[in-house]
Design a protein around this ligand. Structure first.
Ligand code: GLY
Length: 376
């Protein structure tokens, strides 16, 4: 990074630290998801976003050593114990939840109780693997009569690092084997030839036969949900990091090229890259922040000019989020990064700050500033 680029990232970091110092007084050890009307709504501990706030607090603690933030993150992690006991609400998002709480704390402090929790979570995630279809099952039947035993989703690529971590920590290859088989399935069935991705692929859970695709949080089955593309960029580059298998790097690059080629002028994506006329093209800043982290990780794993290309693309997105989307000086907005879109088809949390947008923005800054290893 040039000195000028470093200067903006340092400035953004200082603003982030100051803002979170304030917001943490209200949010405390709660589980924010979307900031509606300027205030983060808190969700139950079982909600899939439960790891992002404590993960963000750990990113800041690593630099500031602020004991207050550490205690909040630890309290969030302890509250997740009840989610394991309750069991019924657990789904594929175990990876998001325990990577940014227990794995993060274990990596930063070596705490044995966090290692135990993360290993338990990895076992529960591994148990969702469908051996016939080679996919980690998404969700559960949340509503009466719902049958989603055959569903797999692109988001789940971000859950795989928990399995890789478990193999590295225990020496037991089963976790990694499941992660590799799920990632291979995703390369085959999710990443389309043009680099766009499917959100949901449906298999016959008994035979493993692929049945259909579903638009999920994107506009339509054949459209291109931008956050799904971001999950693919980052998830595939993480799979490459853990395995060295070039097919994951190629998949990450393909998704990255599609993502970059479809960005508007300010480098922050619309919520879907293929919207028909008449459908509102809200931005999804969270997709931009997550993709930026994936681009930075690709850059770290390739050389020379190619590395500069991916790194600069990631920096451009983060810089635009900082200058055009940040709520730094707002006393009436708790979110850091505005204009995220959580679930347009269900009309939920549209054009608002999202905690995962904030998390990935802060992770991206932390990478630019060289603060330390990934929690993933
Ligand atoms: N399903 C996780 C997401 O909204 O990206």
């Amino acid at each position: 990074m040039t000195t000028i680029q470093k200067a903006w990232a340092q400035e953004a970091w200082a603003q982030t630290v100051a803002k979170v110092d304030k917001t943490s007084k209200r949010i405390g050890d709660g589980f924010p998801h979307a900031s509606v009307g300027g205030e983060y709504k808190l969700e139950p501990a079982y909600w899939w976003t439960a790891g992002f706030w404590p993960g963000l607090l750990w990113l800041l603690y690593r630099d500031t050593k602020d004991e207050g933030l550490k205690q909040l993150a630890e309290s969030c992690e302890q509250q997740l114990d009840q989610v394991v006991t309750d069991y019924y609400r657990l789904d594929h998002d175990i990876g998001f939840m325990w990577t940014l709480t227990s794995v993060a704390r274990y990596k930063l402090t070596g705490a044995d109780d966090s290692k135990r929790r993360a290993l338990l979570a990895a076992n529960l995630l591994a148990a969702r693997f469908n051996v016939k279809g080679s996919y980690i099952r998404a969700w559960n039947p949340w509503r009466e009569g719902e049958d989603n035993a055959g569903w797999a989703i692109i988001d789940c690529m971000m859950n795989l690092p928990l399995l890789h971590w478990a193999t590295l920590t225990t020496g037991d290859p089963r976790f990694k084997e499941i992660a590799v088989r799920h990632a291979d399935m995703a390369v085959e069935h999710f990443i389309r030839p043009d680099g766009s991705v499917n959100h949901i692929v449906i298999f016959d859970p008994a035979t493993g036969e692929k049945l259909s695709v579903n638009g999920g949080q994107g506009f339509a089955p054949e459209s291109a949900w931008s956050r799904g593309t971001a999950w693919a960029i980052y998830g595939m580059s993480l799979s490459y990091k853990y395995t060295g298998d070039e097919k994951y790097l190629h998949a990450a690059k393909r998704a990255a090229h599609f993502f970059l080629a479809n960005l508007p002028e300010d480098h922050v994506p619309h919520w879907d890259f293929r919207l028909p006329d008449g459908i509102p093209a809200y931005r999804d800043s969270s997709a931009g922040a997550c993709a930026a982290c994936g681009l930075l990780l690709i850059a770290e794993q390739v050389n020379g000019q190619e590395a500069s290309l991916y790194r600069e693309a990631g920096e451009r997105i983060l810089h635009s989020l900082y200058t055009n989307y940040g709520a730094w000086d707002s006393e009436t907005e708790e979110g850091l990064v505005t204009h995220g879109t959580s679930h347009y088809p269900e009309g939920k949390n549209i054009d608002v700050p999202l905690i995962y947008g904030d998390y990935y923005f802060v992770e991206g800054l932390s990478r630019l500033l060289g603060h330390g290893e990934l929690f993933w």
